[in-house]
Ligand binder design. Sequence first.
Ligand SMILES: Cc1cc2nc3c(=O)[nH]c(=O)nc-3n(C[C@H](O)[C@H](O)[C@H](O)COP(=O)(O)OP(=O)(O)OC[C@H]3O[C@@H](n4cnc5c(N)ncnc54)[C@H](O)[C@@H]3O)c2cc1C
Length: 385
Amino acid sequence: MKGTLTNYQPTWMTPELEALEEMTRQFCLREIIPHRERYEAQQHVDRELWLKAGAAGLLCASIPTEYGGGGGSVVHDAVILGTPAALGDRSFGNAVHSGIVAHYVAAYGSEELCRRILPQAAAGEMVGAIAMTEPGTGSDLQAITTRAARDGDDYVVNGSKTFITNGFLADFVVVAAKTSEEGGARGISLIVVETADLPGYTVGRNLDKLGQHGQDTVELFFDDVRVPVGNLLGEENTGFVQLMQQLPRERLVLGYFCARAIEHCVDVTVEYAASREVFGQRLADLQNTRFELAACAADAHMARVFADHCVEQFERGLLTNEVASMLKLRASELLCGVADRCLQLHGGYGYMTEYPIGRAWASARVDRIYGGANEIMKELIARGL
Ligand SMILES: Cc1cc2nc3c(=O)[nH]c(=O)nc-3n(C[C@H](O)[C@H](O)[C@H](O)COP(=O)(O)OP(=O)(O)OC[C@H]3O[C@@H](n4cnc5c(N)ncnc54)[C@H](O)[C@@H]3O)c2cc1C
């Protein structure tokens, strides 16, 4: 299939990155896309997929080599995490694992913690998740109630988290918890919980979602879970600062994924419109179809160019929280709009889950909610104006 952005190249693309992109594409076409239905039925990918991705060098590409990572930077992540999006995958949680969680450990974990966890994360032997959201609070992180109380050389964690991506398979979870009686942002810490055979740690059922059925999303329960103090990230009570520091990266990852997912919607619709006949002619030849697809392709280009600009800015240490939030806001809105217009062009078939556009439409809806709801993005952007 000729892609919507076939002739487009980001300014930061190099021959080495092009080869990485092609390798990633082949990996997705071999190991992810053909197994989609099984992943969706079981509500998670196979654990072996993580191991295969690790062996292929597709995990933790921007983590330093001394910790088993690829030693690359955000451009490597953009290629590795964006390519599956452009192919319509919504099952493999590598964006959270490599793009977000591993960086918390690398940035704030002790040397010992980094050496214990990150090489296994890069090999796909340990799957990572991040647990901030609780049943009682999501957007207002300062209101979390999960507690980590110091007891000798351990923290004792009590509470529950919900909507946790990769949570079903997770071997380590970066958990946001209160470590002080002090209210608000000051009493929050991030602690790495290693889940193997951990007394008091329970994984709830896989949650039934509107879309992204192959992606595991669960509740997690902590009942007097003991975690060594060495698993604390950075200083006690600095978790909120760490979360703020990581926001540009997190929003870039999510926004970039959305931008690339738009390409998928346009690609599959161009293909469908060329093959469907209506009123004795190709759907693709109707002026409405051509205009709709032209508008969607323009959105795909706009989103991609902005996303690649943000990658470049991040690479240069210049990406602000405001601009990263703009990317997450607009790319997710554009994706939902494009997915909806493309679904319309499919007629009733678009509403069938066996057609990729229906799944893309349902999966896209949450992009405006998670990783910070878009209203929070607007708050952040407005504050800087
Ligand atoms: C599929 C999926 C995967 C997820 N993965 C993870 C994960 O891996 N880890 C994790 O920690 N969380 C995860 N989440 C949780 C997600 O980040 C939260 O759902 C999100 O932050 C919103 O929180 P909430 O659902 O509690 O909504 P609430 O905070 O209750 O907000 C509800 C709505 O109120 C509005 N609103 C909220 N605050 C404001 C404001 N200040 N101004 C104006 N309007 C406002 C917004 O419209 C918002 O959508 C996931 C969620 C889903 C659905």
